[in-house]
Design a protein around this ligand. Structure first.
Ligand SMILES: [Zn+2]
Length: 271
């Protein structure tokens, strides 16, 4: 452990004010640390710049300005989500605060998706969930509370960052992720989608951009940590959300920032 902190200090000294704040605060937070699985070291992230966080009142004001309908309750069966783990099997602290937003698509229709999450899945391999599902009309279905760990990306890494909570794990970002999934259009569902996938509705882009903005302001997540399942997947089997248009997201996001009434929360050009 001593070696571990000494290493942090050496690297921290190189990276200036950020690491001073981290070492002074001592709270292990996913926002300001990078875990290096190759060495087992947790080190300060020298480039991390948190987004602006709003007070609860400011967040409420922002949400009103966005004009979102309230979330619809669609809570998953408890077998399909869990606790954000604070320590690994060796007792070492794990980053666990929401600090990465991951976009998905459902591949199934909305009713089948929500039903899948409500169905108990005792076997680890079958467990699956997102925090939110956004339907074609822009409705937001709450599946897993933000405070819990959703099972959205099994084998995954953000760049070279991943977390291994137990020896059998291949590494996943679920412990720090917020997962949001867009309901797939009818022509993109099923096993063979080679002919279709017409993309997502304007209402989905609008609701998604608003939700991303709210999460950024709630947890201080910069745009550089908004990503897709396709980008973080390490099983070489996930490509979602297919047909996603970042330019359409950006347009909706720019409008959401104005409607929210707060300053833009963070870098918008790193992705
Ligand atoms: Zn996915």
């Amino acid at each position: 452990m001593a070696h571990f902190y000494q290493r942090s200090w050496l690297l921290g000294a190189l990276s200036g004010a950020i690491s001073v704040a981290v070492l002074g605060g001592a709270a292990l937070c996913g926002m300001r640390w990078w875990w290096q699985p190759s060495t087992g070291a947790v080190v300060p992230d020298p480039v991390f710049i948190p987004a602006a966080q709003l007070s609860p009142d400011e967040l409420s004001s922002c949400a009103r300005g966005l004009g979102l309908n309230p979330e619809l309750a669609a809570l998953a069966d408890p077998t399909n989500f869990g606790e954000r783990q604070r320590r690994d099997w060796r007792g070492r602290p794990l980053p666990h605060q929401p600090s990465l937003i991951v976009l998905h698509e459902t591949v199934m229709d909305q009713a089948s998706t929500l039903n899948l999450f409500r169905t108990p899945h005792p076997a680890d391999a079958d467990q699956v969930s997102y925090h939110l599902v956004i339907g074609p009309n822009g409705d937001r279905h709450r599946v897993v509370p933000d405070a819990n760990r959703a099972y959205g990306a099994g084998q995954s890494a953000f760049g070279d960052f991943t977390l291994q909570a137990k020896p059998s794990s291949r590494g996943s970002v679920n412990n720090i992720a917020l997962h949001v999934s867009l309901v797939t259009p009818a022509d993109g569902r099923g096993a063979d989608t080679s002919d279709g996938h017409s993309g997502y509705t304007p209402e989905q882009y609008r609701a998604l951009a608003s939700q991303v903005l709210l999460w950024q302001h709630r947890y201080g997540i910069p745009m550089s940590r908004v990503t897709s399942h396709a980008a973080i997947d390490r099983s070489h089997s996930r490509y979602d959300p297919r047909s996603f248009r970042w330019d359409r997201f950006d347009q909706a996001y720019a409008k959401a920032v104005v409607s929210c009434g707060a300053s833009p929360p963070g870098r918008t050009h790193w992705r």
